[in-house]
Design a protein around this ligand. Structure first.
Ligand code: SF4
Length: 340
């Protein structure tokens, strides 16, 4: 185990990725817990490449947790648009407000971090290790892959998770736990990649059990996922004087609180069809978009429509500025389809 730690940390000292939220190894600066927390929340379910621009925009607009806590929720949701999993954005604001009430100080233990809104087991461990250099066992998808291979854990995910965690715990050092966690992540992202691991470049190749057994590329095994159920829906493109009608979705539920096109799921209905907040007269089909959510795949038809009754709650947004409306990806793509 000591060998693994030393080799990995030595490799990290030379090859650490340069990331905007990271303090490089051998730099004596103290990481800013706000930046570590923000990056870790953004990186859940999302790639580093996708997060970098969002992180830059957020930290420029809200450089401190107190400034983020004071922001309007609608502004934060709008700035988050496109990153997906919007419950994260609502938890982000809730968490910023809790921390601001504590004088802007994040708790420094894994246990106390876990009490914050939207901070689960992984994120609390990552912040404790990276921001506060506490010993914490940090296991994300990259680390799962490295550990599965290093210790040749052949049981499939997710049932192998306890064994992976136990092995990760054994190998995590008391000192430089933050660097070690980031080294594991970097190794998984750049060398021990899911397809065709680059074992010849790996600092752990001599001690890697999967490599010795010739099964590195087969791990981690995974239990086949069931196909996601398919759902359908309709979004309405309602124009007036070069503006389009946008509505705000309810605070709870899918894409809660986000600006959106009206759709037949909750606030609009085509003539004679069920209960809804307002009625529309539907016109030409403009196309369709398919979008994968965690538990289902949605095919959303986009129809031109006119209001068929009283003026609904919503805002008439200039069509020429639709890209600045902060629409979540599903509705941004629906708008592109309508304008194509
Ligand atoms: S030797 Fe290969 S499989 Fe093993 S940890 Fe390194 S890159 Fe991954």
């Amino acid at each position: 185990m000591a060998d693994v730690r030393e080799r990995l940390l030595a490799w990290y000292d030379e090859h650490a990725r340069v990331l905007p939220w990271r303090v490089p190894p051998n730099n004596r600066a103290t990481p800013d817990p706000y930046r570590v927390w923000l990056s870790e929340v953004m990186l859940q379910q999302t790639t580093v490449a996708a997060v970098k621009d969002y992180f830059a925009r957020f930290t420029e607009r809200w450089p401190t947790v107190a400034e983020l806590a004071a922001a309007e929720e609608a502004d934060v949701l709008s700035a988050w648009a496109g990153l997906g999993y919007y419950a994260r954005a609502r938890n982000l604001i809730a968490c910023a407000r809790v921390v601001a009430d504590r004088g802007g100080l994040f708790p420094d233990s894994e246990e106390d971090l876990r009490e914050l809104p939207g901070v689960g087991a992984y994120t609390s461990a990552a912040i404790a290790a990276i921001a506060f250099d506490r010993r914490a066992v940090v296991v994300d998808a990259n680390v799962e892959r490295v550990i599965s291979r290093l210790f040749a854990i052949t049981e499939p995910l997710p049932t192998s998770r306890p064994a992976i965690r136990e092995a990760a715990d054994r190998v995590t050092p008391e000192r430089r736990a933050g660097d070690f966690a980031q080294a594991m992540m970097d190794l998984g992202a750049t060398i021990c990649t899911s397809r065709e691991p680059r074992c010849l470049l790996c600092p752990l190749s001599d001690v890697c059990e999967a490599r010795a057994m010739g099964i590195a590329g087969d791990l981690p095994r995974k239990i086949a996922k069931k196909a996601r159920p398919a759902r359908t829906g309709t979004a309405f493109w309602i124009e007036r004087d070069s503006h389009v009608l946008l509505v705000q979705r309810p605070g709870k539920g899918m894409l809660g609180g986000m600006r959106a096109l009206p759709d037949d799921g909750w606030n609009a209905r085509a003539d004679g069809n069920g209960k809804a907040e307002f009625a529309v007269r539907q016109g030409d089909p403009l196309g369709a978009v398919t979008h994968g959510f965690t538990h289902f795949t949605l095919t959303l038809s986009v129809l031109r429509a006119e209001l068929a009754g009283s003026e609904p709650e919503g805002e008439w947004w200039p069509i020429s500025q639709i890209g600045e409306a902060g629409l979540p990806t599903l509705f941004a793509r629906a708008a592109q389809t309508a304008l194509a």
